[in-house]
Design a protein around this ligand. Structure first.
Ligand code: MSP
Length: 654
């Protein structure tokens, strides 16, 4: 008998963006939770996919000279490749351009239309082209209007009677199902939305403006609003309305989403379902954002921030550190629900500490000692002299399954990983205190004591490897193999939990180091090569023609002389200084990556050159308006200053 069921979904991703750390996190989280549930005896269905209709897709296909379908095929393939690289095993990959999905969307809309929940109405208002949403007057910005991102639209459209069900949803969330939206902060956010007056939801787009969508079943001049189309994937993917698969999985649905898409999932989706007579998913978990310098990680991270806090693409990091290690970092570091700032240095510090020092080191020490002193065989019980701490650690190892199970089923895999790594640390402490490497040389009793100590470590490592497998599948398969437990790719199941491994006499083959220590300095140099103040241009010939810019392009740069008025270190950021500078009459703040080369007091009074018209960025939560210029050679960095220091600040550099 299965323990229960889980139908776990990720958002379906837009096919106009490369998968980045944000998409990867949600999908890895879903995969880890799916694997933990399977390990603990649940039946699981895991679905992810791509969201392929709408204006953004149509526009980006057009810009690339492709048909929308070609664009969709190319990008959905990229997501699939990324997920295969990241060891993600889903049961279903849904694409909203599939015929079955289109039919389901139409069936659901027809039902709502027939029962009078959809009506036609002329609407005049502001429309955000990039979010594909009508917005209220208060959300209109000058910049948005000027860039064409926000436009005024007056058109006849179909609307869904969202407001009719507003009170029902408030009751559902507030009184009847307080666990429906997690964490609590997000639940409160939705309740806040429900307390305000609600507009009915515009669910169509005229084909004259947008053709790339699912045709409205009752009016061929319109296509379905992409969000309504997208949300329905969660039920079309399992065969709503008639398939037995649907009734089997739907009551145990868990949607994982980022907090950016809480409103459609926590507000529109439950109401659409309820109106159509479909039950609600069991849970919605909205996690926070991966941020860099306080800014949401996305394709649009400002150039200034990208320059000052460079991080390589997650694929490149995975190539250097290993996919398993990146999965580990993502799961270990983020508390679902909270935002998490990151930098590449943070990743390396975490991996070196938990994986290279704690886990990897323990595996090498133990397997080497067994090889050298016990002919690679697990010592028999009669050859062991037990000790109380070792026995306690064996008991603790046996209790780890329950602990991990509780955290994982509670959707807190970060706590599961934390418990496992803490256990690894206690094994390391035990080994250091027990010193099996010395005891083996201290006669029969010493050798018997060492034997027990190693058996304790091997048993503990086996348990840790099984319980960390959902987080790092390939790596933990390698670890199990090095302990002599042969396992097929993704072949882990509950039986491994029940096993008391290793038995006496098992051969412990050992293996290559699992988590070699990462040399941060070497990585840092690679990263610096990406930063505008860092790259060392080949000396000599000034590049080829493609690298030349016109005088007009150069004039777009507003380079100015600035005087440094104040300078201080940014707490917990070794490389950053916060500077107050004066450019003519104007005083502003910039954050610069020069702290390793200049002390704050050395900066004060200096006249430097800054790019004054760089878009503002938040670096470690601090506003930075501009960028200073500096020359770099190897490990040296020198500010560009003026030969004649009496030149007034604000002077133009040309
Ligand atoms: N297509 C819609 C979702 C429709 S679901 C019915 C969409 N797609 S998206 O490609 O923009 O992906 C959004 C999701 O990616 C977020 O909800 C979140 O899961 C993930 N992330 C994107 N950037 C993120 C961070 N910086 N941090 C964490 N996750 C974020 O919206």
């Amino acid at each position: 008998m299965a323990e229960g069921r889980l139908y776990i979904t990720t958002p379906i991703y837009y096919v106009n963006d490369q998968p980045h750390i944000g998409h990867t996190y949600t999908t890895v989280l879903a995969d880890v939770l799916a694997r933990y549930h399977r390990l603990f005896g649940y039946e699981v269905k895991f679905m992810t996919g791509t969201d392929e209709h709408g204006q953004k897709v149509q526009q980006s296909a057009l810009a690339r000279g492709l048909s929308p379908q070609q664009q969709c095929d190319e990008y959905s393939q990229r997501f699939k490749e990324m997920w295969s690289l990241f060891e993600i095993v889903y049961d279903r990959f849904i694409r909203t351009t599939e015929e079955d999905h289109k039919r389901t969307v139409q069936a659901l809309l027809q039902k709502l239309y027939d029962q009078g929940d959809i009506f036609k109405h002329t609407y005049t208002g502001w429309y955000n082209v990039s979010d594909e949403m009508f917005i209220s007057e208060s959300d209109v910005t000058e910049e948005g209007k000027q860039s064409g991102r926000i436009i005024q639209v007056s058109e006849e459209n179909y609307f869904f009677r969202l407001s009719k069900y507003q009170d029902w949803l408030a009751r559902y969330i507030n009184e009847e199902n307080p666990d429906f939206i997690q964490p609590e902060s997000r639940r409160n956010e939705v309740l806040g939305l429900l307390r305000q007056p609600v507009n009915d939801l515009c669910i169509s787009r005229p084909k004259s403006r947008l053709s790339w969508g699912i045709e409205m079943p009752f009016d061929p001049d319109y296509v379905t609003y992409v969000w309504v189309d997208a949300l329905i994937n969660y039920i079309s993917g399992i065969g709503w309305p008639d398939s037995p698969e649907f009734s089997y999985w739907w009551p145990d649905a868990l949607h994982l989403i980022g907090k950016d898409i809480l409103k459609p999932h926590g507000f529109f989706w439950p109401i659409l379902l309820h109106a159509a007579g479909v039950g609600l998913p069991k849970k919605l978990l909205a996690h926070g954002w991966w941020t860099r310098g306080g800014q949401k990680e996305a394709k649009t991270v400002t150039k200034a921030l990208a320059a000052q806090a460079p991080v390589r693409h997650i694929r490149e990091m995975a190539a250097d550190y290993g996919v398993g290690s990146i999965r580990y970092f993502l799961i270990r570091e983020m508390t679902p629900g909270m935002d998490q700032d990151y930098s590449e240095e943070m990743i390396v510090t975490r991996l070196n500490s938990d994986l290279a020092n704690d886990l990897g080191n323990l595996v090498s020490r133990v397997t080497k000692l067994v090889r050298q002193n016990f002919n690679s065989q697990v010592p028999a019980e009669k050859d062991c002299e037990t000790d109380p701490r070792g026995q306690e650690l064996i008991a603790l190892a046996n209790g780890l399954s329950d602990q991990v199970r509780t955290h994982a089923i509670d959707l807190k895999p970060n706590l599961a990983v934390d418990a496992l790594i803490r256990y690894v640390r206690s094994l390391n402490v035990y080994l250091t205190e027990c010193e099996p490497w010395s005891r083996v040389k201290q006669g029969d009793l010493g050798k018997r004591q060492a034997a027990f100590c190693l058996v304790v470590a091997l048993k503990g490592l086996y348990r840790v490897a099984v319980l960390l497998h959902p987080v790092m599948p390939r790596k933990m398969e390698a670890l199990l193999a090095s302990l002599g437990c042969s396992i097929e790719k993704d072949g882990l199941n509950g039986q491994f939990l029940a096993r008391d491994f290793p038995e006496a006499g098992t051969t412990v083959p050992g293996g290559d180091p699992l988590f070699p220590r990462i040399d941060w300095k070497a990585i840092e140099q690679k990263i610096q090569a990406l930063s505008p103040i860092a790259p060392e241009q080949p000396k000599g010939k000034a590049g080829n023609d493609a690298s030349l810019i016109s005088i007009d392009q150069f004039r777009q740069l507003d380079l100015r002389v600035a005087e440094v008025l104040e300078a201080e270190k940014v707490p917990k950021a070794d490389k950053l200084l916060k500077l107050k500078i004066r450019i003519g009459e104007e005083v502003r703040q910039i954050v610069a990556g020069v702290a390793e080369f200049y002390r704050p007091e050395e900066m004060i009074g200096k006249k430097i050159i800054v790019v004054a018209n760089l878009e503002p960025a938040a670096i470690r939560g601090l506003e930075s308006r501009g960028m200073l210029l500096a020359a770099r050679e190897g490990n040296q960095l020198t500010l560009l200053t003026l030969e004649n220091q009496s030149i007034a600040s604000g002077s133009k550099v040309s």
